[in-house]
Design a protein around this ligand. Structure first.
Ligand SMILES: Nc1ncnc2c1ncn2[C@@H]1O[C@H](COP(=O)(O)OP(=O)(O)OP(=O)(O)O)[C@@H](O)[C@H]1O
Length: 476
């Protein structure tokens, strides 16, 4: 794994190691993943700095973090510290005293419900007691995400115009507003901008921003605590509901039912609903048709990856917001090299600004090249099939040799199929070439694996997330 960091000086490693690791993780992971799983962790570094213990709220989260992020965290720490750091995960003492039953970390004192919703086993966001205290109402808006700080371009023009309209006249046109697009393109930003703008005009408006995973978690809690009345009071009374990443509702039957009820109640009283997703409504897998057709019944708009000029404008405006001036030629250089999404642009900018401040040098193309050298070299680096095999084997804790072996148990065959899929996705190799590198397998075997994993990826959120982590790891 290649990590874009420079070593933390040994003298301050102890105190700085985890914050430095957090910085790298914040750059590498989608914001939602980072905020949900990584940010809440607290860490203790051993006196000789050979071990770092991470404290986690409950057993479920502990297993999840170990499986999803353990290897990555260890690799980052090693690269920061210059030598291996043993990573240990432990239950935070406070929570270790109770026995968590549900994934949101809450414990159950009543006898367990007869048939908990399947959602109870799903990874949900950390517990939050908002709904058990109806008096307190947090809208969860980030006041920094406004229309003023959102750069306009052809990639977001239509979505921005629709969002502005909704913020100015909620409950009228474009209800629901469904915004979709790839990672880091500004979906969440746009949603917050709608909420913030409405609150400027109507300070008493009941606005709630919520990630779909948190909604799932709230449904589980309401079920568990038998507080559906409170749940309904809370959701059905809103003027504006902003709900992020609704693809997370896939296969969550009870959540879909409750969301359907909330949806109907809100539309009936002319409250507005804004939703985001990584795909358009009909592309959503495992969500009931009646819900999908409602998602599509207002206005559906896409956010596209920003074009070159927009990327330049974003860099210049974000640098200015940080009190720095980025010459246009430098912005062009960066924008030409960082193309995928705005979050990556922000990461590149952060590195350049830090490099410039640290070395007390003006921002120039030479400085940008220096600050981004890892990133630029990664782009030129070819991902090899061998690297994919090693990374996937590490991730699923099997031997690299199992990638070429004839063994067939599912615990080996599946990672092997995943590695074949990634080899097809991320390299230029043909199916027969890939088959050859996987122990001389026939190209039809590779084709079968590629199709199977591609199909399942659409259906299974967990697999999709694992593939996402593997892709990010391989791309650096
Ligand atoms: N047009 C834009 N102008 C300024 N900043 C932007 C723009 N688009 C996105 N950003 C910034 O890029 C970052 C990523 O955006 P955001 O979190 O909204 O993406 P997203 O589409 O919700 O991605 P994900 O699905 O991964 O959560 C944020 O810091 C956001 O403020």
């Amino acid at each position: 794994m290649h990590i874009e960091v420079s070593a933390v000086p040994a003298a301050d490693t102890g105190a700085a190691l985890w914050p430095a690791c957090l910085d790298v993780l914040a750059q590498q992971l989608p914001q939602q993943q980072f905020n949900t799983w990584i940010k809440p962790l607290s860490a203790r570094v051993a006196a000789d700095q050979s071990k770092l213990t991470l404290y986690v709220g409950n057993r479920f989260k502990l297993d999840w973090i170990r499986a999803q992020y353990g290897t990555r965290i260890a690799a980052i720490l090693e690269s920061l510290h210059g030598q291996p750091v043993h990573v240990e995960l432990a239950l935070a003492p406070r929570v270790a005293l109770v026995k968590p039953t549900f994934s949101d970390g809450s414990s159950v004192r009543d006898p367990a419900p007869m048939a908990p919703p399947a959602e109870a086993a799903a990874p949900a966001q950390p517990a939050d007691d908002d709904q058990s205290s109806p008096g307190a109402f947090r809208n969860r808006l980030n006041s920094a995400l406004t229309f003023d700080t959102l750069v306009e371009g052809s990639a977001n023009r239509m979505a921005r115009a629709a969002a502005l309209h909704v913020a100015g006249a909620p409950g009228q046109l474009y209800n629901p507003l469904f915004i979709y697009g790839g990672v880091g393109l500004g979906k969440t930003h746009l949603m917050h901008a709608v909420g913030n703008k409405l609150l400027v005009a109507r300070a008493d408006a009941k606005v709630l921003y919520i990630h779909a995973e948190q909604f799932v978690s709230d449904v589980v809690k309401a079920y568990q605590r038998k507080t559906f009345d409170q749940f309904k009071d809370r959701y059905h009374s809103l003027d504006l509901l902003l709900i992020d990443d609704v693809q997370f509702f896939a296969n969550k039957e009870r959540t879909q039912e409750e969301f359907f009820n909330a949806f109907e109640a809100l539309l009936a009283k002319k409250s507005h609903i804004v939703m985001t997703s990584d795909t358009y409504p009909k592309g959503l897998a495992d969500i009931h048709e009646r819900l999908v057709s409602r998602f599509d019944s207002g206005l559906t708009v896409a956010l596209e990856p920003p074009e070159l000029e927009m990327r330049v404008a974003i860099l210049v405006s974000k640098a200015a917001a940080e009190g720095a001036e980025m010459p246009e030629e430098v912005a062009f250089f960066v924008a030409k090299n960082v193309r995928s999404n705005v979050r990556e642009l922000e990461g590149a900018l952060r590195k350049i600004l830090a490099y410039s401040r640290f070395n007390q040098k003006e921002i120039s193309i030479a400085l940008a090249k220096e600050a981004l050298r890892d990133l630029l070299s990664i782009q030129n680096r070819q991902i090899s099939v061998e690297n994919i095999q090693k990374t996937v084997a590490d991730y699923y804790k099997i031997k690299v040799s199992d990638m070429y072996s004839k063994k067939r148990p599912a615990s080996i065959a599946r990672p092997r199929q995943i590695a074949m899929y990634l080899a097809k996705e991320l390299t230029q190799k043909s199916l027969p070439e890939i088959g050859e590198l996987f122990g001389g397998r026939d190209h039809t075997t590779v084709l079968h694996a590629v199709r199977k994993i591609a199909g399942e990826r659409q259906q299974l959120t967990e697999l999709n997330q694992q593939l996402h982590v593997l892709e990010q790891t391989l791309k650096g």
